[in-house]
Design a protein around this ligand. Structure first.
Ligand code: SIN
Length: 272
């Protein structure tokens, strides 16, 4: 049987590509996997439409890229420790993923990638924005690149996932770890800015005011639209992003409509 033809359409030259011609509910051939993996490394976030997957098929697609990550502090879906429910409805006070971040960067070995599939989406709104941290790094002057390259920062999650509304969970743990402010992607060798407003709380070795000012500058810098793409969801769309070199921000402009889906997260390694 011949496989459907894979087509890759970049959203812009910096970040994001839509892939068509694939059915992710069936195992990918080694050649197709190689093409999808290469596209992921090149475009940082891949988008797929019309993917009707069971949770097992969703996890199987994730496992092609590595072991699956289990969230240390947020309850997972019953019977599926590697699956997070991403749901906002009329009872929600906030949306998961609101604000620029990379997933769970507080881990000693933060996740390499995340695969989100939405089944129910608002009539309009609920887009997710993605930002290239390669582009953010490369847009800095040599002075800033040099200054930041010797620094490390603290990433933690108690202030995020310890808030009411994130669900009590037996055995819940919070994480606190230090990572370089500029990391080198382990697969592409490219340098990326690696601080995010979700989890990074301070820069090691700086006075509090210096750390706040440096992080405020960087958080403002990453908001430049030249580093971004924006994805409008449809039912059964998938976004598959690389947490090592991209940040994302889920908008919350659709209350009280329902936005509902599942995220599988791929384990990563220690940033260097
Ligand atoms: C997340 O950060 O995993 C949620 C992203 C989204 O809902 O678009």
């Amino acid at each position: 049987m011949t496989e459907p033809e894979l087509s890759i359409s970049p959203l812009n030259p910096v970040i994001g590509a839509e892939l068509t011609g694939l059915d992710l509910s069936v195992p990918l051939s080694p050649e197709t996997f190689k093409s999808v993996h290469a596209a992921w490394l090149e475009h940082l976030v891949l988008f797929f439409r019309d993917q009707v997957l069971t949770l097992e098929q969703h996890k199987a697609f994730g496992r092609l890229f590595g072991e699956l990550h289990v969230h240390p502090s947020v309850p997972s879906l019953e019977g599926h420790p590697e699956v997070l429910l991403i749901r906002t409805d009329e009872n929600s006070k906030r949306a998961a993923g609101y604000g620029w971040h990379t997933d769970v960067s507080c881990e000693a070995e933060p996740p390499s990638g995340s695969i989100l599939r939405l089944e129910q989406v608002p009539v309009s709104g609920g887009d997710t924005l993605f930002a290239s941290m390669y582009a953010a790094y490369e847009a800095l002057s040599d002075h800033w690149q040099g200054f930041l390259s010797s620094l490390s920062a603290v990433h933690e999650n108690e202030h995020v996932h310890g808030r009411p509304g994130y669900g009590a969970m037996e055995g819940r743990e919070f994480r606190k770890n230090e990572h370089p402010v500029i990391r080198t992607h382990p697969e592409t060798g490219r340098k990326a800015l690696y601080v995010n407003s979700g989890f990074t709380t301070r820069i090691r070795g700086m006075r509090p005011a210096e750390s706040r000012a440096t992080l405020a500058f960087l958080y403002h810098h990453i908001q430049h639209p030249d580093f971004h793409c924006r994805f409008s969801w449809q039912p059964n769309s998938i976004a598959f992003w690389d947490n090592r070199c991209a940040q994302h921000h889920a908008t919350f402009d659709y209350y009280p409509q329902v936005r509902h889906g599942y995220r599988v997260t791929i384990a990563g390694d220690r940033p260097f």
